[in-house]
Structures are given as structure tokens and as C-alpha cells.
Design a protein around this ligand. Structure first.
Ligand SMILES: O=C(O)CCC(=O)C(=O)O
Ligand SMILES: [Fe+2]
Length: 268
């Protein structure tokens, strides 16, 4: 695993709000990740979360989203093998270095399988959906198949993390509806981020991003994880929290339980 970050990569992340790391996983590691994901997905069946069928935020039209991607969250919770891979402290260290933090927790991991002939992933920001607001929320996205401009690679609006807010423009069935909220981006050329299988990207939770449609008869698999800076507090949004967890939290409470948001890396 290529875990060393050059200063230039860190400054590029601060400037653009994302970076791509080519050949992040070795061939052998890629096979391990593919096998672990396949086993985790088989075990999970049709539930999005370990204990639930759905997540509130992305389900306004199930039938449209079923063809955007199959989404399975928090595989680390019911899958020790996946936990070892995606909550690897070396990945956590990279996330803390990129964000200049002391310690980082897992918000949620997420397998995103864009099926053959799948719809595009709408332009969106991540952190406005989450139960904390922080300008240093960061996600890793690991390509487990070649992600190309033909099968739905990621696209980013460079520098948008410096201009966006925590207000949630939402996701509708129009993949471009974010431009009603951020009209200044309607005329901006995004950066495509094609990646070979085993490469990865990191993006800031406030960076505007999307993925193209899958215009191929093969699926596009990715394993991702959203990281939350240690010390982040509850903002009143339920997102992936269970009704029980949601009811027990007050705005301002620290999200710091090991069962739900384990520390992935800490400098100290
Ligand atoms: O894989 C995709 O289609 C979208 C990924 C994404 O939005 C994310 O990882 O935050
Ligand atoms: Fe996203």
C-alpha cells in the first residue's frame, strides 16, 4: 500500500479539495480487497446498514437510485475482514496528514457498486448529509475496478471546498440540480478522475463531486470511507444514526463512541 504523502500532494489537496493516488494498492492487495468486499456484500444481503434496510437521505426515489449504485454502509461493523482493510490506521494517518488533524474517526464506510448501464451519481457534497459539520471531513474512494470516463469515474469541481457551505442542496433525480444552489459552477469545467483498479482518491467533504453514468455492461466497484475529525459534535442530522442513537443525542454532543465512530488514527 502506497501510504507516503509528498508535501506537494498535501498542498494540492488543500488547493483542489481532492487528490488521486495512482497504484495505491498492490495487485495482491487489490485481490484481497475484492475478495473481502464480495464476501461482505454476500453476507449483508439487501440491507444498506447492518441493522436496517434504508438510510433516510438518499431514498427519495429508490428506483432511480437503485440504478445509480448499490450502496452498503458500515461493512466494518459486521465484517472484521473489511474492518481491517478500510479502517487501516495507515489510511487514517493519510487522512489526518491531508487534513492537518491530530486524530480521526470513522463516520461510515461505504461500498458503492455502480451497476452495468447505471445512472450518473448526482453532483453533491458529502458533509451536509452527515451528523456533524466540519471543514476537514475527508473521504477515501478506492477503485476496485478500473474507473473510466465510460463506466462512471468520479468528477470534481477543483477548489469548490473553499466556497461551499454546510447547507444541504440535497440530491434529486436531476443529477445537476446542485447548480441551482451553486449557479457559479454551472459554467465550470470539472476535473475527471479516472483511476486504474487499486488507485484511490481522497476528497474533502465540502468538495462538489459526482460520477458519470456507466455506459458499459460491467459493474464499477468502489470501497470508500468517510472520516470525521476527532472532537466533531452532533449537528441534529440523523443520517446513518439509528432512531435510538438519534434520540439519545443532543446538538453539541461529541460523537466519540468506539462502537459507532472508532478512532482510526491518532498522532498521540
Ligand atoms: O462512487 C460514486 O458514484 C460516488 C462516490 C461519492 O460520492 C463519494 O465517495 O463521496
Ligand atoms: Fe460523495
Amino acid at each position: 500500500m502506497k501510504t507516503e504523502l509528498a508535501t506537494a500532494q498535501i498542498s494540492q489537496y488543500w488547493k483542489d479539495g481532492f487528490i488521486v493516488i495512482d497504484d495505491f494498492l498492490s495487485e495482491e492487495e487489490l485481490n484481497t480487497w475484492r475478495d473481502a468486499l464480495s464476501a461482505a456484500l454476500d453476507k449483508r444481503g439487501s440491507k444498506k446498514l447492518p441493522d436496517r434496510k434504508t438510510v433516510g437521505t438518499l431514498d427519495d426515489d429508490e428506483s432511480y437510485y437503485e440504478t445509480v449504485f448499490t450502496q452498503r454502509l458500515n461493512l466494518w461493523i459486521d465484517n472484521p475482514r473489511m474492518k481491517e482493510l478500510i479502517l487501516d490506521p495507515r489510511i487514517g494517518k493519510m487522512a489526518t496528514e491531508l487534513s492537518d488533524l491530530d486524530a480521526i474517526r470513522c463516520w461510515h464506510d461505504q461500498a458503492l457498486i455502480k451497476p452495468e448501464w447505471g445512472n450518473p451519481t448526482a453532483w453533491h457534497l458529502d458533509v451536509p448529509f452527515w451528523s456533524f459539520h466540519h471543514k476537514h471531513a475527508i473521504s477515501i474512494w478506492v477503485a476496485l475496478d478500473d474507473a473510466t470516463m465510460q463506466n462512471g469515474c468520479l468528477y470534481f469541481m477543483p477548489g469548490s471546498h473553499l466556497k461551499t457551505t454546510y447547507e444541504n442542496p440535497g440530491i434529486t433525480n436531476d443529477p445537476n440540480s446542485i447548480f441551482d444552489h451553486y449557479p457559479e459552477y454551472r459554467d465550470v469545467m470539472p476535473t475527471a478522475a479516472p483511476m486504474k483498479a487499486g488507485s484511490c482518491s481522497f476528497h474533502n467533504g465540502l468538495t462538489i463531486h459526482s460520477a458519470g453514468p456507466n455506459m458499459t455492461p460491467y459493474q464499477r466497484r468502489a470501497m470508500t470511507c468517510g472520516f470525521m475529525p476527532d472532537g466533531a459534535t452532533f449537528n441534529g442530522i440523523q443520517n446513518i444514526l439509528s432512531d435510538e442513537q438519534f434520540k439519545a443525542l443532543k446538538i453539541g454532543d461529541e460523537l466519540n463512541t468506539e462502537e459507532q465512530n472508532p478512532i482510526v488514527y491518532s498522532k498521540g
